[in-house]
Design a protein around this ligand. Structure first.
Ligand code: NAD
Length: 353
């Protein structure tokens, strides 16, 4: 590995980073616990064919830190953590590999609780649950969090639309959804029911065909979707969607989607504000799934979880208000509020996690 972990630009005083290897199953995983001050670090497992180990380290550190902000802003007594499993041509995810990951999670004694992220399914959580109780999002507890994530994004879109577009909200609004996987597909369902016009792009043609058929979405190329003349752009694929070039091409006055780490760099938050784009901070609007999977470890009732979900658009409104008052970009405002909850003595290390 060419970069040291302690000095890594994304390290931000992570409490623990564990490299887990199981030769028999081919497991190569990194588990990162960013901050466990508020409670155990809960965060999904991303299973991805990283080209290099450096990329996996960069991803897990950014994602794990983002979970500290997400839990804090959602008002959950949880810390931030995340895991990644490195797959490649020869090494594929198997049930045995998931059990090996479960053993690695178990060794952390509850400091880290695993759930789904990109590439991981409820079935994977069921395998992990054979080795550890520090797992949520399994069929025996909450199941798939993505419908809840989509609901939080949808409620946030409604609020942002009312603020920026006026009375009609999402009725007749055009929404460009990039990535119609688990969350994007549920989001299309909600948008369709709300009377919005949907444009959809995905590298997986079958996923696009499905939302075209079910929710009257209009198919668009993956390179065109972010620059469409629409009211809302919803990044629901992978991160780093918003950068200097894409922001220059952006026509939508609102960005609101589920993808984690949408801002490629801290400056992109300010770039969006300068371009008069209402950016809905990703880790706030996509916290619905975390709220669902947090139910078992926090012993939350269904009503309490619904109430936390309903708070997402209210928190968004507060962020919009504070951004308008101070002139600070919305991502930076979200960072300040979240950081003050889990590390009150330190300033945010970047804008927009
Ligand atoms: P998913 O894997 O089910 O869906 C992602 C979709 O994006 C896939 O259909 C994939 O083909 C598509 N995609 C990947 N690269 C693309 C590209 N370059 N252009 C267009 N499409 C592309 O994952 P998901 O669970 O729906 O999560 C989507 C995003 O939301 C991720 O960034 C994830 O971290 C974030 N998120 C998910 C949840 C959740 O509950 N699942 C919670 C919070 C955040």
């Amino acid at each position: 590995m060419s970069h040291a972990v302690f000095d890594h630009a994304e390290f931000d005083d992570h409490e623990q980073v564990v490299f887990a290897r199981d030769a028999e199953t081919g497991l190569k995983a990194i588990i990162a616990v960013h901050d466990a001050h508020l409670g155990p670090a809960l965060g999904g497992c991303r299973i991805w064919p990283y080209a290099t180990e450096d990329q996996a380290v960069w991803d897990v550190l950014r994602l794990s830190r983002g979970m500290s902000y997400k839990a804090a802003l959602a008002g959950l007594a949880l810390g931030g953590g995340k895991s990644v499993v490195i797959t490649n041509g020869e090494t594929r995810k198997t049930p045995a590999m998931m059990r090996a990951l479960g053993r690695a999670v178990e060794q952390l004694g509850g400091r880290y609780i695993v759930a789904e992220d990109v590439g991981a399914t409820v079935d994977d959580m069921d395998e992990i649950a054979k080795e550890t109780t520090y797992v949520t999002g399994a069929s025996s507890n909450t199941g798939d969090p993505s419908p809840w994530t989509a609901r939080g994004v949808f409620l946030s879109m409604e609020r942002a639309a009312r603020r920026r577009l006026g009375g009609a909200g999402l009725v007749g609004a055009r929404v460009a959804v990039k990535g119609v996987g688990a969350v994007g597909r549920h989001l299309c369902h909600l948008l369709h029911d709300a009377g919005a016009t949907i444009y959809a792009a995905d590298i997986n043609q079958a996923a696009v065909d499905d939302v075209v058929k079910r929710f009257d979405a209009h198919p668009v190329g993956v390179d065109e979707i972010a620059a469409m003349d629409v009211e809302i752009f919803a990044p629901c694929a992978l991160g780093a969607e918003l950068h200097v070039e894409s922001i220059m091409r952006l026509k939508a006055p609102i960005v609101c989607g589920s993808a984690n780490n949408q801002l490629a760099s801290a400056q992109d938050d300010a770039r969006l504000a300068q371009a008069n784009v209402l950016y809905c901070p990703d880790y706030l609007v996509n916290a619905g799934g975390l709220i669902l999977v947090a139910r078992p470890p926090l012993g939350m009732s269904a009503e309490e979880a619904e109430a936390k979900l309903a708070q997402i658009p209210d928190t968004l409104d507060r962020i919009f208000d504070r951004a308008a008052e101070t002139g600070a970009p919305t991502g930076a405002v979200a960072d300040q509020i979240a950081r003050a909850r889990f590390r009150p003595d330190t300033a945010p290390s970047r804008g927009g996690v």
